[in-house]
Ligand binder design. Structure first.
Ligand SMILES: NC(=O)c1ccc[n+]([C@@H]2O[C@H](COP(=O)([O-])OP(=O)(O)OC[C@H]3O[C@@H](n4cnc5c(N)ncnc54)[C@H](O)[C@@H]3O)[C@@H](O)[C@H]2O)c1
Length: 363
């Protein structure tokens, strides 16, 4: 196929921009959709205009559509015109904590917006692989019911059944999800259904902590990016509960894009994968402080708030074995320390530019 096209929703976000850049390097024509709703959700600190400018500058032929995925007719006419060979859906209201204040907007974007994308794809390009960014929050707080052991700087699973992390057949039912978790469950199950019911090659990637130097981390979304930003900018970081020993698995956005490329080469129907850094890239907040300080040489300022975020996982890391069986060519290429270094370098540069007034809003 000569120059296949990919439609990327949320193309100015962390994952969307990485995907656009990565697939352009693989010879794809890129059509990006982004309405800059991140600035609506998080204010000026979440503004992604700087990323749109970067994509327009760096990707030859990049086409940007400032379309809102809630606009069903707009999506239909774009899908009819482009008929992409691949669809990667990353547009979302991504914050667990923010959703409770904006429940209608959250659901309209995450659940109905996903249905709009699926239905337009079914109508005009049902054979195109449809890759959806889901989240580990679909498991609600059920991972917190697994027996844990407390180590010096982190929690870990005490139950040997989870020695490799959380697998895809873990229940998503009857637990507290947060309003965000529910809108994402709706999108996730609908994407699976367009596979099972309509036979489309769909895939849900239930992300752990997806991160990288392009993240516009804010307190309510983008844990590692925000933590490192606080360090380089000498801001105070607030730890919410669990003694700061809560564990997250971190994956570089480029490794996410690399997995999507493998799926494109050998698509399957109605698949679900837990996509995080896995055990090897997991760390607690306390451990993240240590690594950040070692990387930047700056002290971490923090405040402990003795109340955890509602539904927050105490320990979560993804079991990557299913992905590795289905796609043996894929693996994590960016270890934890390298991720920290790239993020720190990016924040140092962005904050220096901001102080000298050289770029647009980037937080
Ligand atoms: N970053 C993480 O740690 C993480 C973890 C698990 C899952 N995910 C999932 O991955 C996906 C991408 O996350 P991200 O971190 O890149 O988020 P992001 O906020 O960086 O990117 C999302 C992009 O979508 C755009 N957008 C939002 N609503 C839109 C709308 N109605 N129409 C068009 N564009 C819209 C935003 O402006 C933003 O640029 C989301 O589905 C998120 O739930 C992310």
């Amino acid at each position: 196929m000569a120059n296949p096209s990919v439609l990327v929703s949320g193309s100015c976000g962390l994952i969307g921009s990485e995907v656009a850049t990565y697939f352009a390097r693989q010879g794809f024509r890129i059509v990006g959709i982004d309405s800059n709703h991140r600035a609506v959700f998080f204010g000026p600190e979440g503004d992604t205009s700087w990323t749109r400018e970067r994509l327009l500058r760096d990707i030859p032929g990049y086409r940007h559509e400032p379309l809102d995925i809630r606009n069903r007719e707009g999506l239909r006419s774009l899908m009819r015109e482009v008929r992409p060979n691949l669809i990667i859906h990353t547009a979302a209201q991504p914050s667990h904590d923010r959703a409770a204040e904006i429940p209608f907007l959250d659901f309209e974007v995450n659940a109905v917006g996903t249905l709009n994308m699926l239905e337009a794809a079914r109508e005009f390009c049902p054979e195109a692989p449809f890759i959806h960014m889901s989240t580990n929050k679909v498991y609600g707080d059920r991972p917190n019911t697994i027996a844990l052991r407390e180590l010096e700087s982190r929690w870990d699973y005490a139950d040997p059944a989870y020695a490799h992390g959380i697998p895809e057949d873990f229940s998503i039912d009857q637990s507290k999800h947060s309003i965000f978790g529910v809108s994402k469950v709706a999108g996730d199950v609908m994407v699976q259904e367009y596979g099972r019911y309509h036979g489309m090659p769909t895939c849900c990637l239930r992300g752990g902590c997806l991160t990288g130097p392009n993240h516009s981390g804010v307190e309510l979304h983008g844990f590692l990016s925000y933590l490192i930003k606080c360090n380089v900018d000498a801001r105070e970081y607030r730890i919410y509960g669990y003694k700061g020993k809560q564990v997250r698995d971190n994956i570089h956005s480029e490794d996410v894009a690399r997995f999507m490329f493998e799926f494109w080469k050998a698509p399957r129907v109605a698949e679900v994968y837990n996509l995080g850094g896995g055990k090897q890239n997991a760390c607690s907040i306390l451990e993240a402080f240590e690594i950040t300080q070692a990387v930047t040489g700056k002290p971490m300022r923090s405040k402990y708030v003795d109340e955890n975020r509602i539904g927050d996982h105490i320990c979560y890391y993804s079991d990557l074995r299913k992905m590795q069986v289905h796609y043996p060519a894929w693996r994590i290429t960016k270890p934890l320390r390298a991720i920290f270094e790239e993020i720190a370098e990016s924040w140092l540069e962005r904050l220096a530019n901001r102080r000298s007034g050289r770029t647009g809003a980037c937080g």
